[in-house]
Design a protein around this ligand. Sequence first.
Ligand SMILES: C[S@@+](CC[C@H](N)C(=O)[O-])C[C@H]1O[C@@H](n2cnc3c(N)ncnc32)[C@H](O)[C@@H]1O
Length: 279
Amino acid sequence: MNAREAFKAVPRKLFIPDEIFVPNDVGWLVPLRRSDDPERWHKYVAADDAIVTRTRFAPAIPAELCDAATGRGVEATSSSSAPFIMARLIDALELQPGMRVLEIGTGTGYNAAVLARLLGAENVISVEIDSVAADRARSALREAGYPVRVVTGDGEDGYPPAAPYDRIIVTASVHTVPMTWVEQTRPGGMILAPWAPTFHPEWPLCRFTVRADGSAAGRCIGPAPFMPLRAQRVRAHAVDEAETKWTEAGKPDCTRYGVSVTPEGQQQVWFDSPDNVIG
Ligand SMILES: C[S@@+](CC[C@H](N)C(=O)[O-])C[C@H]1O[C@@H](n2cnc3c(N)ncnc32)[C@H](O)[C@@H]1O
């Protein structure tokens, strides 16, 4: 069974809460409750798009301008990612039966359920920092018949008690690979992380292979936009600077970029080959 088939086999609606957040006429996020408008709620759940499930007022917007009723100042903090993008990530993991996977960013638990469908719930562990989302996902996974262990905590710490993992999949974007992930992946194993636009504007997905010497390196394999891991936001001016550099370089495809992490934790971005370090 491939990832796409596994997504079809696991009903998404079992993981989507009664209250979701959808854009209003001017693009702000406002609540939509299943109990108020079941038909519209189901339409969102059936679409192959991300669904926002948790929000907060954006810290960058002055509190007096924020308003939950109009959605002004509200930003997404958790979602059920678009199934077609998650399928792309899962396919990129090149899973084999018996592999053990750590997911960073449980969200609704839907992606964890799909991983459990492919590998067995006993081989999947997922870490979520938002305790409300983690509790909901834990229950939804149990009720859906995929009792994945959901750990409430900071995914940047990984989850040492069950390490080493064959694969770590991150469902939020990063600009830095925490060494804990490298240390908790077995040699030859893989870390898959959507990258913030710090060198390419398409939010490239980086696939790292971990080596026996404690280093990791890999290329970007395609675009995969994700909300950032909580402590890995990138400032707007850094994104603009990166886009300018990329434009000046002739807008190369993201697959020409890669990232290496040394055993000492030093991170390098390279272009075409690991000895051509650009950042
Ligand atoms: C795009 S959502 C994940 C979608 C999820 N895989 C699904 O299928 O529903 C990203 C999640 O990462 C979580 N997150 C952000 N920073 C985190 C961190 N440091 N550790 C663990 N989870 C984190 C967010 O709370 C959010 O739920």
